[in-house]
Design a protein around this ligand. Structure first.
Ligand code: ZN
Length: 403
C-alpha cells in the first residue's frame, strides 16, 4: 500500500546524542535497549480499517513515532513496517451490518487513517502492507508449517499446533487460565471441537458462503488468520528476528504471543515487545464495541489544531492508562500558545536553550518520558533564553510538534 508523506525531521546537533534509547519490554518487564545495532527494526500492528482513527489508535501510533524519533536522534537507521488488516471478521461483520461493501469500507477507512496520520505528523512505515496483498506469502508460510508438522487441518481451516512450539507463552508470561480467558474474549475460538489444543490459533480460514476468499493452493480457497498475517508481513518488511514488536496493550495476548510463535517458525521472534496504554472515555476503555470513541478526523473537522491533539496525548506517558477529558485539548492549546510566544520572546537572562535539548533528549531516551520532556520545554518557555531555534528543532525532531 502507499503510505503517507513523511514529515520533515530536522537534524539535531550530534554532540550530546543520547545513548542508549531504553524502552519497557512487556516480556521481561524491564527497560531494555531494544535496538542495540546501527539499524533499528520496528513493527507496529496496523489498524483493521473500520472506526479509524480514534484517539486510542493515535496514542498507540504516537508511541512508535516517538520511538523512531529517539532512535534517529541516537544516530540509528530506522526500518519501520506496519500492516492494514483489510480482511478479517470484524471488518466483514461491520460491512454486513451497515450494508457497505467490505472493500469500500476498507478503502475509505484506510484513506481516513492516512489523512489523520499525515495531519498528526506521524512518521510513515517504509513498508505498509495490506492483509490482502500478503495472501500469497501467507499461503506459502502456512503450507510450510503444515509440511513441517507445526500446523494441522480442521474442516477446511488450518490451525497452528502450539505443541510444536516450546517457547509458546513466554511473551506474555500469562497462566493457561489467563490465556484461555483472553483468547475467548479477543477473537479466539477456544471451544471449537476438533482442535488439538483450545489455544491453537487459526492460520487459514477456509471459504465460507458469502465471505471473500482467495486461492490458497493446497490449503484450498480461504483467507488468512490475523496472527500469521502480521508475522509474514513483519518478516518480509524487516527480516527475522527484528527489534521491537509494538501495539496497544490489548495486543500482548493473544495477538503478539501468537505472532511471535509464528515468527519463531519463520526465522526468529522479536527481541522486545512494547505496548501503549489504552485510553478510556466517559468512564470506560475506548472500544469499538462500546462505541465511546473520539475520532481524530472529527476533532480536525471541528477546527482543532493537530499539534494540539499531539500535545494532549504527549502530556501522558505512553504506557499510562488514562481517561480522555474534553478539556485536555484546552490545556494543550494553552501550552502550544505559550511555546509559540516564547520562541519569539527570548531574552538575555532567560534559561539557556541548549539545556532544554539535553533534557528532552534524556527524557525521551528513558522510555519515551514525554511528561518530563514537556516539563523541560515548559520551564524554558516560562523564561526563554538562548537560541530559540534549538528548542524549535528539538521539539520538532523529538516530539513531532511544529511550533
Ligand atoms: Zn499485528
Amino acid at each position: 500500500m502507499r503510505a503517507w508523506t513523511a514529515p520533515d525531521v530536522p537534524a539535531l546537533p550530534r554532540a550530546g546524542r543520547p545513548a542508549p534509547v531504553l524502552v519497557h519490554d512487556s516480556t521481561t518487564r524491564t527497560l531494555v535497549e531494544a535496538a542495540p545495532g546501527p539499524t533499528a527494526r520496528l513493527y507496529a500492528c496496523g489498524i483493521t480499517p473500520y472506526d479509524a482513527t480514534h484517539l486510542g489508535h493515535a496514542n498507540t501510533y504516537l508511541a512508535f513515532d516517538l520511538l523512531q524519533r529517539a532512535w534517529r536522534d541516537a544516530g540509528k537507521t530506522v526500518l519501520y513496517t506496519s500492516n492494514v488488516t483489510d480482511v478479517d471478521d470484524p471488518l466483514l461483520e461491520r460491512a454486513a451490518a451497515t450494508g457497505v461493501d467490505w472493500r469500500e469500507l476498507a478503502l475509505e477507512q484506510t484513506e481516513l487513517f492516512r489523512a489523520d496520520m499525515t495531519a498528526l505528523r506521524m512518521l510513515p512505515p517504509a513498508t505498509w502492507t495490506g492483509a490482502v496483498e500478503a495472501i500469497p506469502e501467507v499461503v506459502a508460510a502456512v503450507t510450510a508449517m503444515l509440511d513441517a508438522g507445526a500446523a494441522y487441518r480442521l474442516d477446511g481451516d488450518v490451525y497452528a499446533d502450539l505443541a510444536a512450539d516450546d517457547a509458546f507463552g513466554t511473551v506474555s508470561g500469562f497462566s493457561r487460565e489467563e490465556m484461555l480467558a483472553l483468547f475467548g474474549e479477543r477473537g479466539g475460538d477456544p471451544d471449537r471441537p476438533g482442535k488439538r489444543h483450545p489455544l491453537d490459533p487459526a492460520l487459514w480460514r477456509g471459504e465460507q458462503p458469502g465471505d471473500p476468499s482467495w486461492d490458497g493452493g493446497v490449503l484450498g480457497p480461504g483467507r488468512p488468520g490475523w496472527h500469521i498475517e502480521c508475522a509474514v508481513i513483519a518478516r518480509d518488511g524487516l527480516g527475522l528476528p527484528f527489534d521491537v514488536q509494538g501495539g496497544g496493550a490489548d495486543l500482548l495476548f493473544p495477538h503478539h504471543e501468537m505472532s511471535s510463535s509464528h515468527d519463531r517458525f519463520l526465522g526468529g521472534a522479536p527481541r522486545a515487545h512494547v505496548h501503549a496504554g489504552l485510553l478510556s472515555y466517559q468512564g470506560h476503555k475506548m472500544s469499538k464495541s462500546r462505541g465511546n470513541l473520539v475520532f481524530v478526523s472529527r476533532l480536525l473537522g471541528s477546527g482543532v489544531d493537530p499539534m494540539t491533539i499531539r500535545l494532549a496525548l504527549l502530556a501522558h506517558h505512553y504506557r499510562e492508562e488514562w481517561e480522555w477529558e474534553d478539556d485536555a485539548l484546552r490545556a494543550a492549546q494553552r501550552r502550544l500558545d505559550t511555546w509559540v510566544k516564547a520562541v519569539t520572546s527570548t531574552h538575555d537572562d532567560g534559561e539557556p536553550a541548549g539545556e532544554v535539548l539535553d533534557e528532552v533528549r534524556a527524557a525521551m531516551a528513558d522510555d519515551l518520558d514525554t511528561p518530563r520532556a514537556l516539563a523541560a520545554v515548559d520551564r524554558w518557555a516560562a523564561n526563554p533564553g538562548g537560541d530559540a531555534d534549538v528548542v524549535v528543532a528539538a521539539v520538532d525532531a523529538l516530539l513531532g510538534v511544529e511550533v
